[in-house]
Design a protein around this ligand. Structure first.
Ligand SMILES: Nc1nc2c(ncn2[C@@H]2O[C@H](COP(=O)(O)OP(=O)(O)OP(=O)(O)O)[C@@H](O)[C@H]2O)c(=O)[nH]1
Ligand SMILES: [Mg+2]
Length: 224
């Protein structure tokens, strides 16, 4: 008997199925999950180190740190005060997938977590296609990368909720227009929020903390 395939019905890929399981589990625990994506070296780990230093006593933070090789980032986050940090070494893969995250989450106490950061592998292409069960993707672009990056890698900017422009302390040394970067990003995704920060000087970083606080308090309010 030939199996009927429902045309038009969405066939979930294995990754999407697992991401949905993760999302449901995190929702059950009222955990806000953010997937941090960027090109290599844009400043993801540095931003997380500062975030831990500032918010660790206020918000219960867990972190999953993905890298192609080494556990360097996870170790940095532990040194910065991270209480629940899980490394994922992809051994060549250019992105995290939902099964890797699902496995890492078995080692995290979800009932003692309010906010989960997933630091993805530095890459502006592949991670955009893999749903990890996050509430939002946060794309970080440093001022040294060029204003055209949203136009060249539109998928990542289309799927992100927030763009952080990082390393703004370097603006005197490189010809970057944040206005142009912002308008390029908004031409791809008109709903994208934008925050400009320097982890080095602390400029703008309170806005990032405010954004995080409101996500966490909204999650508590909507799910309670
Ligand atoms: N000037 C300046 N340098 C920064 C800032 N934030 C990060 N850096 C530097 O940028 C480099 C890369 O920072 P990381 O935080 O390791 O970047 P990353 O995005 O985590 O890198 P990968 O995980 O390898 O993709 C380091 O040398 C940081 O010290 C900043 O706000 N200003
Ligand atoms: Mg890193």
């Amino acid at each position: 008997v030939a199996e009927k395939v429902e045309i038009g019905a969405k066939v979930l890929s294995e990754n999407e199925r697992r991401a949905a399981v993760i999302r449901a589990k995190l929702k059950e625990h009222r955990i806000v999950c953010l997937n941090l994506v960027s090109s290599p070296g844009a400043g993801k780990t540095t931003l997380l180190e500062h975030t831990l230093a500032r918010l660790n006593d206020e918000i219960r933070i867990a972190l999953v740190a993905g890298d192609v090789q080494t556990e360097n980032d996870a170790n940095r986050l532990i040194r910065a005060g991270g209480r629940q940090v899980q490394p994922i070494v992809t051994r060549g893969a250019c992105h995290l997938d939902a099964s890797m995250v699902e496995n890492a989450l078995t080692k995290i106490a979800l009932d003692r977590t309010d906010l989960l950061f997933i630091e993805n592998v530095g890459n502006l292409v592949c991670p955009s296609s893999y749903d990890l069960g996050e509430d939002a993707k946060v794309v970080i672009v440093s001022v040294t990368e060029g204003e055209d990056k949203p136009l060249k890698y539109p998928g990542m900017f289309r799927r992100s909720s927030l763009m952080i422009v990082s390393k703004i302390d370097l603006l005197p040394h490189c010809p970057c227009s944040i206005d142009m970067l912002r308008s390029n990003a908004l031409s791809i995704n008109g709903d994208l929020e934008v925050i400009s920060v320097s982890a080095l000087t602390g400029e703008g970083i309170d806005q990032w903390y405010g954004w995080l606080r409101s996500r966490v308090s909204n999650a508590r309010a909507t799910n309670s």
